[in-house]
Every structure is written in structure tokens, then in C-alpha cells.
Design a protein around this ligand. Sequence first.
Ligand code: RB5
Length: 147
Amino acid sequence: MAAQTIVMASDHAGFELKELLKGDLKAAGRDVLDLGVNSTASVDYPDYGLALAQAIRDGRAGRGVLVCGTGIGIAIAANREPSVRAAVVHDVTSARLTRQHNDANVMALGARLIGAEVARDCLRVFLDTPFEGGRHAARVAKLARSA
Ligand code: RB5
């Protein structure tokens, strides 16, 4: 089921953390679509943010996980696709609140900023926390508008 699939992508700086998180997802029985990278060879993060955004847009996955050095550049790239709401997450509180309030469908992590155990906790919380809806629903709908 594509909606249950989690798409992942990283640049070279995020490769090792992406692999760690992918292992956790697979161990938990989740379907993972890995769009790379497959090594620490230097690449350009916008290419991978965009590839993940296209997978969300095309319905090949329901949620996404991005990793680069800070999480910022690859999130900026992904957020250029209107159906993507990519949040840079640093801790379990931001992971929880971006699900509850923003209905974020993509989590971006900074491998140079976050510890592996915190990242693993963030992933669990991000995947397990529902959107609250209510007063947040109209605000989230506005996010899809163009400037
Ligand atoms: C790569 O050196 C680094 O710029 C990239 O991983 C990311 O942090 C950009 O936002």
C-alpha cells in the first residue's frame, strides 16, 4: 500500500543516519522506498529533496524522511512541491508538534546536529503521532496556496 510506504532520501552528509533509520523502519516491518544516496560520495542535496517530493506528489509514499547535514537545505528543496509539508525536526517535541499542528508529511533531520538516538526517537514519534485537525485544518489548507 503506497500510502503506508515511507520514502527516504539523503545527501552524502545524511547517508549514514538515513541507513540507520532505514534499518529501524525495516525491522519494524515498514515498507521503505529509498531514493538514495547509496554512499558518502558528494552530491547536491536539492536533487534528493526534489526526488522525494515527487514521490510524495505522485502517491508513491505517504510519508517521507530526509537527511542532510542540517536538514535545512534538503527541506527547502522538498517544500517547493506544494503537496509536501517538510519540517526540520531537532527533538521529539518538534516531531510531535509538527504532526499535531502542521500535519507534516516529511521529516527532515540534520545528521551533523542531532544524535542518532534522538533521531530514532524523532522518527518513532513522527510516524505515530496523528494530526489534531480542528483549528489547525484551515491553517494547513492555507499552506498549499501560492504566494
Ligand atoms: C553538505 O555539505 C551540506 O551543505 C548539506 O548536507 C546540508 O547541510 C545543506 O543544507
